[in-house]
Design a protein around this ligand. Structure first.
Ligand SMILES: [Zn+2]
Length: 395
């Protein structure tokens, strides 16, 4: 069983190297948190990229940066491996550099630390995950080459639906044997083994204006048509199957005494499987096409969307990860969440995907967001060991 011995030796070496990097990991987290990087702030997300590229290149790791005109640049780093088992594909680690916090947040409340808890914009979601991925790659770089390439992708617009990033994610994941997405670990310590997909839409209804006192019958109310559609759209919600629809914003009309010539609404949808997604979109289109009020018509346009991460796509990879976590001394379960992420994109390509492999965090997208620093090392070690374990026969 010589190969197994090699594997265990490599795992031990990677874990030892990581154990010596704890102070530096926290320093790197502080550096990244203290750079504002809202999804719409290209200068900010690019500044985060500058630092990451510098760190990786300083360690002799190959990096490719693709400049993007309207979004933050795409950064990809990789280790080639020795090619002896490249046929079954590479391993991809992913993370997004953008946060939901507006530019200027760092000046108000930058990185702070109380004991083992770190605070600051994006500290959990997901700058700690970026640091974890960087250090795992660096740990692997210090070993003999793996039999397959390991790639790390750093995107810049996940929080606004990865409109620019999705194409790069699909490309980077294509042919991969496994994807590990370093979104924050759950407060329970669990990783994420399933996520709903979601799609957002803009609905626009047009009608005909008329004075509501003088010529009411000459008008066609876009607001009435929209209202009738909203009732039907909300009726598509089915908690048992996990499908939800929500009109969260509406606008319309000109004045109280004008039959409304226009109305718009924003629709949020969530679903558990791709099959549900297809059925739901068809049902929505039927509702939009119906002429609820004579003389009105409606259009619908998808504005963003994430595919679901179906739990079957994480099962085998999660089993592997959990075994490594147990060897490292921590128990981890898998959780399903209604929140979407880029993991749905890779899982929907049929690639085994595990999400929430980053350090444990909570209260994401709020001023109270925090990261549990004591989870940094074991979770980095578990990711490194899982990647090495993927080189074992049967991967
Ligand atoms: Zn995130």
């Amino acid at each position: 069983m010589e190969p197994l011995t090699d594997t265990e030796t490599m795992m031990a070496a990677a874990c030892d190297w990581l154990a010596g990097q704890q102070t530096e990991m926290v320093e790197c987290l502080k550096t990244l948190v203290n750079i504002d990087s809202n999804s719409y702030d290209k200068a900010g997300t690019d500044a985060v990229a500058d630092v990451i590229v510098e760190w990786l290149e300083a360690d002799g790791i190959a990096v490719r940066r693709t400049s993007r005109p309207d979004s933050g640049d795409i950064v990809e780093a990789w280790l080639e491996g020795d090619g002896s088992d490249a046929a079954k594909g590479h391993v991809l680690m992913m993370g997004h550099r953008d946060t939901v916090f507006p530019t200027g947040t760092v000046a108000e409340r930058g990185y702070t630390q109380q004991g083992d808890t770190a605070f600051g914009p994006g500290v959990a979601d997901m700058k700690s995950g970026l640091v974890l991925n960087i250090f795992v790659l660096r740990a692997l770089k210090h070993l003999a080459p793996l039999p397959f390439p390991v790639r790390v992708l750093f995107t810049a617009d996940e929080e606004i639906g990865s409109r620019d990033g999705t194409a790069f994610i699909r490309e980077a994941a294509s042919g991969a044997r496994a994807v590990l997405n370093a979104e924050p670990g759950r407060i329970s310590g669990n990783v994420v083994t399933g996520r709903k997909g979601g799609a957002a839409f803009l609905i626009e209804v047009s009608g005909k204006a008329a004075h509501s006192g003088v010529s009411h019958e000459a008008g066609a109310s876009a607001i009435e048509a929209l209202a009738r559609k909203i009732v039907k759209l909300h009726a598509l919600t089915d908690y048992d199957s996990g499908v939800t629809t929500n009109i969260g914003l509406i606008e319309g009309g000109i004045s109280r005494n004008t039959v409304a010539p226009s109305a718009t609404a924003q629709l949020d949808t969530r679903f558990v499987t791709n099959e549900q997604r297809v059925d739901l979109l068809a049902a929505i289109e039927t509702i939009i096409a119906e002429e609820e009020v004579p003389g009105t018509q409606a259009t619908i346009r998808q504005t963003s969307g994430f595919l679901p991460m179906e739990p079957t796509m994480s099962e085998a990879l999660f089993t592997r990860y959990r075994a490594q976590a147990e060897k490292l001394g921590f128990n981890v379960g898998g959780e399903f969440t209604g929140g979407c992420s880029d993991a749905g994109t890779t899982a929907s390509l049929g690639i085994p995907t595990l999400c929430g492999t980053g350090p444990v965090g909570a209260k994401m997208h709020t001023d109270d967001e925090y990261c549990r620093l004591e989870t940094f090392l074991p979770r980095a070690q578990a990711v490194a060991a899982t990647i090495i374990d993927l080189a074992v026969e049967g991967a």
